[in-house]
Design a protein around this ligand. Structure first.
Ligand code: TXA
Ligand code: MG
Length: 319
């Protein structure tokens, strides 16, 4: 690792030990990290985000051998997933060890855990040694940041240092699987596809629909929302759009159609495949937000398993 990065890592670790907050790059989105074993430090996360204290945090670890310090009664299917996908964009919800602070788990008996794949996050975790509680580094209900600049824009002076690990490779949050019961249950679709999970498990992951699931702030209907009103529209509707003198519209598209040039309407184009779209989505919405459009029209994405995580985020953003 470069000398500058080493000094940034050392600085971040010192801040974490002193109970401070660190903007941490991960491969999914930037996290707002604090020492998961310090009550006051964890409290600072909730204050900085404006997040209700009942919403549990994900604990990030640097190595699989630390898992049993945080979780107990880990079922074989959870181990299988951890071994296959960690470090990576997968969060497992497991029964927590009694020593885990209730502030971290929002008072629940389970804990969300993942090992992130970003080299800078892993370097901090390795040097730190313990677990880092880290939600996405945005204010409550807003879009997750995918660059260091976006973290500063969201949290300003509330965060003690922001490590710059570049733009996040995945661009949307981790997939969350509840492994605290008899069977794996999908709590939040995310960067890792359910097909990849099912391939490893040799069985489909159950959907959370209709079950009594634990509280997940990302499962609230209105979440992950830009400040500009957003609506989902079909490619056909976009093709037939008429000039509207009163308001300016940002149209976010991905299909290869030629959309009409209309005054007061600007097109933003994302790649037409899941990985590229996910990588660019939040940065694009953030940039649209900062340009002061009156509204955002987003072309609906394919209704397939592959696109499920994007469809989920857009549905919430449009709420
Ligand atoms: O990709 C990610 O998961 C990012 C990066 C920073 O790791 N983190 C992230 O954290 O998205 P956050 O807090 O914004 O979203 C995590 C979700 C929340 O909706 C939370 O309620 C849920 O995970 N969660 C955490 N612990 C849980 C638990 N014990 N049971 C159920 N849900 C849990
Ligand atoms: Mg979040």
């Amino acid at each position: 690792m470069a000398a500058l990065e080493t000094s940034q890592v050392n600085k971040a670790v010192a801040i974490l030990r002193a109970g401070g907050l660190v903007g941490l790059p991960t491969e999914t989105v930037y996290g707002l990290a604090a020492d998961a074993s310090q009550r006051e430090a964890v409290g600072r996360i909730f204050a900085a985000k404006g997040r209700p204290v009942t919403h549990p945090l994900i604990v990030h670890l640097g190595s699989l051998c630390r898992l049993s310090e945080w979780a107990r009664d880990i079922p074989p299917f959870a181990r299988q997933l951890a071994e296959a996908f960690w470090p990576g964009p997968l969060t497992l919800v497991l029964k927590k060890q009694p020593s885990v602070l209730t502030e971290v788990t929002g008072g629940q008996l389970t804990i969300g855990i993942r090992i992130p794949a970003h080299p800078l996050a892993l370097a901090v975790l390795e040097a730190f040694g313990g677990g880092l509680a880290a939600p996405s580094a945005n204010r409550f209900g807003r879009i997750s940041p995918t660059t260091a600049a976006a973290v500063r824009e969201e949290l300003g002076a509330a965060v003690d240092i922001v490590l710059d690990g570049g733009a996040c490779e995945q661009g949307i949050e981790s997939t969350i699987v509840d492994c605290s019961g008899e069977m794996p249950v999908l709590l939040r679709p995310g960067a890792l596809s359910v097909t990849a999970l099912a391939d490893v498990l040799k069985q489909p992951v159950l959907s959370a629909a209709g079950r009594s699931i634990p509280r997940v702030s990302g499962s609230l209907p209105a979440h992950y929302a830009p400040q500009t009103p957003l609506q989902l529209v079909s490619a056909d509707q976009l093709l037939q759009a008429q000039p509207d003198e009163g308001s300016s519209v940002a149209a976010l598209v991905y299909s290869s159609q030629v959309f009409p040039v209309i005054p007061n309407r600007q097109y933003f184009r994302l790649p037409g495949h899941f990985a590229g779209y996910a990588q660019g989505l939040y940065a694009c919405l953030r940039s649209i937000d900062n340009q002061g459009f009156d509204g955002i029209e987003v072309e609906t994405v394919p209704d397939t398993a592959e696109w499920a995580a994007i469809a989920d985020r857009l549905r919430r953003a449009a709420f």
